[in-house]
Design a protein around this ligand. Structure first.
Ligand SMILES: Cc1ncc(COP(=O)(O)O)c(C=O)c1O
Length: 374
């Protein structure tokens, strides 16, 4: 008799045949470097964009329970007040991760009969949360305001426009000025997931809406503490009744353990720290790296610290990634389903950790890679 789990092998074989198989790699990331299999590589795949020095973390309790039971350490109130202030909103709510914040918040506020307009390149957690809500979903072409303008005319009890601030795989910015105008005209609720813009973009690091001067027009922000802030967790911020509903309806908030308080305290320290020097360093690193890549011949359209190098087919992207690894650079190839098929890429993320020497070495290797793979 056939083993009942044999179908798994077939499924894995299909994934492998399409060059889409993923393997976990174990590494130790430290500052500008990551060591994998004993090899020290320049890390161009970190989301710790500002590279804030790690302070010693003290912990006396790792776990208690969910926040609605006994896991609601008083440090949460302090951090949630700080995050609401950071976004000039009434209130905020911390979730264990940004992924869970998206799942929980969007499924709490949107429901059957509503209409969600979602950018086609939105993150997997947004896609899943929209499905979970039961609302009608209309996908508009990436950053295409004509398409959004048309699709928003469809029927819906409540209408929502959901977009990322900085698109995580392309590094471009959403057209927030136009989006908020279109949403306002249709009386739609604007939701921005700014996981990659928060603490990095905008004059005061308040994110993409600050950069476009439309912060007051955003009804609900969703973000991660695990990227620009260099800590861990996710949060939403909005007006009081939205947060109240999230506490009462978000399954990814109610039915899971609270983050340990030492992580909350760590986030508080990071928010209190002066991040200006790192922000300037990131800007200057970004300029050097993208100028260098352009001068080699790479087509760089990103405006942010996320720089995709589009390779096209998945096999070449994997080969390029291996070539970089061999030459001391860690830039992870990104493939379907994270990005569309045949748009495989190397996603470079620039951080403030990188030194001039790191950047010069990376450019030298990327020059060789350009000749070999593009
Ligand atoms: C746009 C976007 N939203 C949400 C998340 C999830 O955030 P977290 O890593 O905190 O779960 C990510 C993570 O990569 C992301 O890119």
């Amino acid at each position: 008799m056939k083993h009942k789990l044999n179908f798994i092998d077939l499924e894995l074989a299909r994934i492998k045949e399409s060059n889409l198989h993923r393997k976990l790699q174990y590494g130790k990331a430290q500052g500008a470097h990551i060591t994998i299999k004993g090899k020290k590589l320049i890390n161009l795949s970190s989301n710790d964009y500002l590279g804030i020095q790690i302070t010693k973390i003290q912990t006396n309790q790792l776990q208690s329970s969910s926040r609605l039971v006994s896991g609601n350490d008083e440090s949460y109130r302090k951090l949630e007040d700080m995050l609401a202030k950071h976004k000039s909103q009434q209130n905020s709510l911390i979730y264990p991760t940004g992924y869970m914040a998206n799942l929980g918040a969007i499924s709490a506020i949107a429901s059957k009969g509503d209409l969600i307009l979602s950018d086609e390149l939105n993150h997997a957690s947004i896609i899943e949360s929209c499905k979970l809500s039961g609302a009608k979903i209309s996908i508009y072409k990436h950053n295409d305001m004509d398409d959004l303008g048309e699709k928003i005319k469809k029927q819906g009890k409540n209408k929502f426009v959901i977009t990322e601030g900085v698109f995580s795989m392309d590094g471009d910015l959403s057209s927030l000025k136009e989006i908020t105008e279109i949403a306002q005209k249709a009386n739609a609720i604007t939701v921005v997931d700014d996981a990659h813009g928060d603490f990095v973009i905008g004059k005061d690091g308040k994110g993409t809406p600050e950069y476009f001067n439309v912060a007051k027009k955003i009804d609900l922000y969703i973000s991660s503490l695990s990227k620009g802030l260099g800590s861990f967790g996710g949060y939403v911020t909005s007006q009081n009744n939205v947060i109240d509903l999230c506490i009462n309806k978000s399954k990814s908030f109610i039915y899971t353990s609270a983050l340990p308080s030492f992580l909350i305290e760590h986030s508080i320290k990071r928010i209190q720290s002066n991040r200006e020097i790192q922000k300037k360093k990131l800007e200057s690193n970004l300029e050097k790296l993208s100028k260098g890549l352009k001068s080699i011949g790479y087509e760089i359209n990103s405006e942010t610290q996320i720089i995709p190098i589009i390779v096209g087919d998945e096999k070449t992207a994997m080969k390029f990634g291996k070539f970089l690894f061999k030459n001391g650079i860690f830039a992870q190839p990104i493939r379907y389903p994270t990005v569309p098929k045949n748009q495989a890429r190397l996603r470079i993320s620039v951080t403030a950790w990188l030194t001039n020497t790191n950047i010069e070495k990376s450019l030298k290797i990327f020059k060789k890679g350009y000749k070999k793979f593009l």
